[in-house]
Design a protein around this ligand. Structure first.
Ligand code: MG
Length: 267
């Protein structure tokens, strides 16, 4: 689940943000929350098909997360009414699960799942095809996922936040797609949203220097058309592409290890 691009550090006058460093023991606790988040994402994704409602997906994920002994991280967060975010087609993120929203052949749906276990958070997302989708929609999904992996590969100790953003942005823009600016990834730990902001755009060698023990949610949101967003409207949550082009979203929770990135949201 991304955050609006309003860095705490900016509010505090441009100093480097206060980024918590996790111990090996704390990262182990985050692996457990991450495993449940990943299982919820995979299993909920397996239910995606024409005719199912986004509320049915939400109820399934909520039950799975609780059966694993965790709590859905998004439910009640800032007043959010779902246990997952379910964002269809031109919805970028923060789609509210809804009994009236039934998936149709050819749709794409971004599902974001988070679990909190023993006070530690996991957060991950992926975009799924509903039945047969167009070649262009499939290319959007493929490029967005690849850009996430490129960003993760740049999450090395001694690199900078700008290296992550640059890797994502350059790949997505080379494919002709728009990179969402107003919503970004984030630090994560005992809060779902910690400093720093993790933008999906940036310049090499710029921004906060990455250190072992930082844990980041890396989550490109990529539009088939322009990068501009609109919303939220009356519901207070759902963010859309301004030009109503399709949008995809992939996310992993990633620990910066001594030698490189480690995915914490994996089974
Ligand atoms: Mg997130």
């Amino acid at each position: 689940m991304p955050v609006p691009l309003v860095s705490l550090s900016k509010l505090e006058g441009g100093k480097d943000p206060l980024v918590t460093i996790k111990t090996a023991e704390q990262i182990e606790l985050m692996r457990q929350a991450g495993r449940i988040s990943a299982k919820a994402l995979r299993k909920t994704g397996e239910l995606v098909r024409p005719g199912i409602s986004t509320l049915e997906l939400d109820r399934f994920a909520d039950n799975l997360i609780r059966m694993e002994g965790a709590r859905p991280a998004f439910l009640g967060y800032g007043g959010f009414r779902g246990s997952i975010c379910a964002s269809v087609n031109d919805q970028i993120v923060h789609g509210t699960p809804d009994a009236e929203v039934r998936l149709q052949e050819g749709d794409i749906i971004s599902i974001d799942t988070g679990a909190v276990l023993g006070g530690w958070y996991g957060d991950n997302a992926a975009t799924f095809a509903v039945g047969q989708i167009t070649a262009e929609a499939q290319r959007l999904l493929d490029v967005t996922e690849q850009s996430m992996w490129a960003g993760i590969a740049a999450a090395l100790p001694g690199n900078h936040l700008g290296d992550i953003g640059y890797a994502i942005q350059s790949m997505a823009e080379a494919a002709g797609f728009g990179v969402v600016r107003e919503y970004v990834g984030h630090g994560i730990g005992q809060d779902m949203h910690e400093d720093p902001n993790v933008p999906n755009f940036g310049r090499r060698g710029k921004g906060l220097r990455l250190k072992k023990g930082m844990v980041l949610a890396i989550e490109p949101m990529i539009n088939a058309g322009g990068s501009e967003t609109c919303g939220p409207f009356e519901d207070g949550w759902i963010i859309y592409t301004a030009d109503h082009s399709l949008s995809a979203h992939f996310e992993r929770t990633v620990a910066i290890g001594p030698d490189g990135p480690e995915i914490l949201t994996k089974e």
